[in-house]
Write a protein that binds this ligand. Structure first.
Ligand code: AMP
Length: 393
């Protein structure tokens, strides 16, 4: 069902209550990466340029329902002022007297930022009364916080019930590119999954086996597959509780005719930070006392050659313990190959996205999602609660 977007709303003389993702990394009170603030600007500017005023709300860190001065939105207000060139009115509470008074006095063209939503425990409980109090601040609700759209909180979900609503430009962009590409890929379509937690990836594997031509699996989660196929995995990561699911996935790949590529050799070590014990396995068997920490040379060549032929790629999760430089080669070679193709490349938020940006390859990727958990949900083919709650067109 198509959801209302900003273009479906007349903002003239309206107060737009906008849920943004200003959960920025802080070093003390210094913002170390303001990308999330920048990503919210198109939506804010659209409302202001169309005769409305803006009431911004976000969480910052994990104050767990208590007022914590170090997690105040003050540094965000300062940075937002620099980025917009406009004064930011800051309320010193969330839905208290100050927020109410400042919201009711707000005039078209002005920006109000209320305090950290998670200073109030009712936010994460999706408390109905709290959602109603938030809704009273504005006339229209806009959700543009992609990073929290997979959560059912008062500001991302409950509030939508009380106001006309729309998704903002950031959420719209994420949905268009991720959902649009998965549902309608130019082929060959290659999925790449890595990372540590197989439990979080089974549903994605299941979905991708319905749509991909080739699925590449690496990283810590690949050993549960190798074990299911009878290889020796030493002390590599292994999730016994997912062994049966993995067997079902192996069978599904065969039935669907999807090429499932698993590592054929590994870089191994005695621990994930123990670079001094580095060795190489000659096949997918890993010796006792060692664990797989990266994909080996043969595997890199195989993965790279398949990636280079792809026209569409989605990727989530590093293929090795990339935080240890000696074990980052596989992830780096995969990233270089993904960045080199002439096609659509999409990275989920989180580790692999950060790795590719650190490698200086970020601008060669079509889309690096701004939301870790939310992008995984979309890769699973699920709807996000923060989108579901918005009015249909
Ligand atoms: P995830 O959050 O599930 O995407 O996992 C990301 C983490 O997986 C990173 O911190 C990697 O270091 C880790 N990882 C990747 N490959 C391995 C491996 N072979 N053994 C242990 N951890 C791994």
């Amino acid at each position: 069902m198509e959801k209302k977007t900003l273009k479906d709303i007349d903002f003239t003389n309206k107060k737009a209550l906008i849920r943004v993702d200003f959960n920025v990394p802080l070093d003390g009170i210094k913002i170390t990466d303001d990308n999330r603030i920048k990503e919210s600007l198109p939506t804010i500017n659209y409302v202001l340029n169309n005769g409305g005023s803006v009431i911004l709300m976000s969480h910052l860190g994990r104050p767990d329902g208590k007022f914590i001065d170090e997690l105040s939105m003050r540094p965000v207000a300062s940075r937002l002022k620099e980025l917009t060139g406009k004064d930011i009115i800051l309320a010193n509470d969330v839905v208290g007297e100050d927020a109410k008074n400042k919201a009711s006095a707000l005039r078209p063209g002005e920006i109000l930022l209320i305090e950290n939503l998670r200073f109030d425990a009712r936010e994460e409980e999706n408390n109905e009364e709290f959602a109603r109090l938030l809704a009273k601040l504005g006339d229209v609700y806009v959700n543009d916080a992609f990073g929290t759209a997979h959560r059912k909180h008062a500001s991302t979900y409950g509030v939508a019930k009380f106001l006309p609503s729309a998704v903002g430009f950031l959420i719209q962009k994420e949905l268009d590119i991720i959902v649009g590409t998965i549902n309608n890929p130019v082929r060959p379509f290659v999925g790449i999954l890595g990372g540590a937690k197989i439990s979080e990836k089974i549903m994605i594997i299941d979905k991708l086996l319905d749509t991909c031509d080739t699925l590449i699996l690496g990283g810590g989660m690949s050993y549960t597959f190798q074990k299911a196929m009878g290889y020796k995995i030493g002390k590599s990561l292994f999730d016994e509780s997912k062994l049966e699911d993995v067997k079902v996935m192996l069978k599904k790949a065969e039935e669907k005719g999807v090429q499932l590529l698993l590592p054929e050799d590994y870089v191994i070590a005695k621990g994930i930070f123990d670079a001094s014990s580095i060795k190489f396995s000659k096949d997918a068997n890993i010796e006792e006392g060692y664990m797989g920490v990266d994909i080996g040379k043969k595997t890199i060549d195989k993965f790279v050659s398949v990636i280079k032929q792809a026209k569409t790629i989605i990727w989530n999760g590093p293929v090795g313990v990339f935080e240890t430089p000696e074990f980052a080669v596989g992830t780096y070679e995969v990233a270089k190959a993904v960045a080199s193709i002439d096609g659509t490349t999409i990275l989920g938020g989180g580790d692999s996205g950060a790795a590719v940006i650190n490698m200086g390859l970020g601008d060669k990727i079509t889309h690096i999602s701004t939301g870790g958990g939310a992008s995984l949900k979309l890769f699973e083919g699920k709807e996000l609660p923060g989108v579901e709650a918005i009015q249909n067109k």
